[in-house]
Every structure is written in C-alpha cells, then in structure tokens.
Write a protein that binds this ligand. Structure first.
Ligand code: AVJ
Length: 317
C-alpha cells in the first residue's frame, strides 16, 4: 500500500471503530485513539504530574536497578520493543547491557521511529537498530522476526499491558511468546494494585490534564470525522473498579443530547457515558500467574519501596 492509501485505510478504521463503538449499549471507544499527535503530547504532560506516579516510579526502579536488570538479560541479546515510541526507555538499558546485538523498536509512527534510530545509532555506535512500522498487536509485524537469530528479549515497559483486559493481555503475551524460543525473555513493566485514592488521583489529577487527554478524543472525532461534539457538554470521570482491578475512564454526557458523526446521529441520555480506557492493575502474584499462563517463567522482579509498580523479567523455559 502506498502512503496515501495507507492514510485512507487508517481514517476508515477510525471511522468504523467510532461508529460501531457509539452504537453499542455501553458506548465505548478504543483507547488507542487517545494517542494522536495532540493526545500523545498531553500524555507526556500526564507523565510529569505529581499525581501520576507511574512513569516516575518505573523510571526510578530502572535507574536504581539498571545494572542488575541488564545483567539478568545477559549478553548478545536482540532487544525487541513493541510500541517503542521515541525509544527513550530502551536507551539507558541498551547502554548498560552487555554487547546487545540489535535493537528492534516497533511503532505505528514511522517519523518517531526514524528519529529515534538516528539518535540511538549516534549514541551507541555499532548497535544495529532495525525499526518496524506497524501495530504490535497484529501477528503481521511479528512475522518479520522469524529470521532473526540470537537470543531475544521483548521489552514492554510503561504498564501498556494495563490497557488490555486480562484475556487480551494473555493473548498479547502469547503473541510475543510465539516468536520466542526457550531461554528468550520478556522484561515487563506493570502497575500494581494499591489504595484506590492514590489510583483515582492518578487518573483524575488536580491539574485536569487527564481530563484534557480524555476529551481530546471528542475533539479528534470533530476534527477527523466531521463530528459535532460540544465537548463542554461532557465531563471526565475516572474511578477504580476493585473487582475488575482496573481504573476506568469515561466521558459523561451532562445532558440529553444528539451528536452527528459522518452522517450518523447518536443520542445521549443525561448521565450516559462513553467508556474510553481501562487501566488494569495487578498484584505481584497476579502478574506471575499471567506470565506463567503465557508460557513465561518469572525469574526476578524489582519494585519501588511503596510497591506501587513492578518490573518483571521472565523467560520461556
Ligand atoms: C499509557 C496505558 C500506561 O493506563 O496509566 C494515563 C494511560 N490514561 N492516564 C495508564 C493513561 C490516563 C496509561 N498507559
């Protein structure tokens, strides 16, 4: 597919997902659409918030345990990073690892990947950087690894796993594992179950940045799909659902209203919500069970002193 055709396919997928998501009894929108250019910029602001402990805590564990983590991964490793973005998390790790033989970042944005490749090749001369553009949840992008030789480690930080329901998280880890051989590894970052006040503050921050992040999705529909959302008629809601072990993000309709999108009309009752994101939280034993179910044997984990966040290293037996 050429670039223009690819762009049209992307817009059509967004349109279809929005139309079908808003036609469901519980209106819903896939959370991946939160991360357009504007959304990704707002997400970076979220990562700097005092209330949002995740990014800071994961970075602190990596900084403090980097030697130990790199040693666990071993020498001559091919490091694969699904959803790598700007590749900033992999850089210090690659620097600390013993003769990494290649780095394979995957992302849907070619521009970000190419800029990151240039930066990393400059900082780590001799390292083979092989970016792959595409969606890491599709089997297609993983087929490219079929002929990669050497020990592989999949690097999946950022608690991205939390966006997946437990069932789809297992499917995703199975997809990763299908391309790995015995002795290959997975380095996974995940947010842990904790006091619901701490969790809810992280997703309903006092500076209203998460509100802007959530509402950007409505602005995006207005921009790209000719939508008629009056964004001020919706409120941001985030709450911890303890049985489902997840923070849910919704947009609440503040009044009875109708919205037109691509020639279709959607009705909203007062108080009706659009479910926009799940952020699943795990216990240490829950993570071990998830890894085991996907054929990975946990070898070691690292946490912060409050046990707010965990990084697991596991291997295929
Ligand atoms: C990027 C999925 C890790 O779930 O904490 C942050 C996304 N949403 N604030 C998370 C998010 C609202 C974030 N992840």
């Amino acid at each position: 597919m050429n670039m223009a055709a690819q762009q049209i396919a992307v817009v059509e997928a967004f349109e279809q997902d929005v139309l079908s998501g808003l036609s469901a009894a519980q209106k819903t929108l896939p959370c991946k659409y939160l991360y357009d250019e504007a959304g990704s910029r707002i997400f970076e602001q979220i990562c700097d918030l005092d209330d949002y402990y995740l990014t800071r805590t994961e970075a602190q564990i990596f900084t403090e345990q980097l030697e130990d983590i790199a040693a666990k991964l071993g020498a001559n490793v091919v490091l694969i990073e699904p959803g790598a973005g700007n590749c900033e998390k992999a850089e210090p790790l690659l620097q600390q690892m013993d003769k990494p033989s290649a780095y394979l970042p995957m992302d849907i944005s070619p521009e970000i990947l190419l800029a990151a490749r240039e930066r990393i090749e400059h900082k780590l001369p001799g390292l083979n950087v092989v970016p792959a553009v595409g969606d890491f949840t599709s089997a297609y992008i993983w087929q490219r690894l079929q002929n990669t030789s050497g020990r592989k480690v999949v690097f999946f930080p950022g608690s991205t796993i939390g966006n997946f329901t437990p069932v789809s998280a297992l499917e995703l880890l199975n997809l990763f594992g299908a391309r790995l051989r015995p002795g290959d590894g997975l380095l996974l970052g995940a947010d842990l179950v904790k006091d619901s006040i701490v969790l809810e503050r992280a997703y309903h921050d006092s500076e209203h940045v998460t509100e802007a992040f959530n509402k950007n999705l409505l602005h995006r529909i207005n921009r790209e799909l000719d939508g008629s959302f009056n964004v001020d008629n919706f409120a941001h809601r985030a709450f911890y659902h303890s049985r489902r072990q997840r923070v849910e993000m919704h947009l609440v309709s503040l009044e009875e209203q109708s919205v037109d999108i691509c020639g279709h009309t959607f009705r909203f009752d007062e108080g009706e919500t659009i479910h926009t994101e799940n952020s699943h939280k795990y216990t240490l034993s829950g993570l071990e069970a998830l890894l085991n179910s996907a054929g990975f044997t946990p070898r070691q984990y690292w946490t912060d002193n409050k046990q707010h966040y965990a990084i697991f290293y596991a291997e295929i037996e």
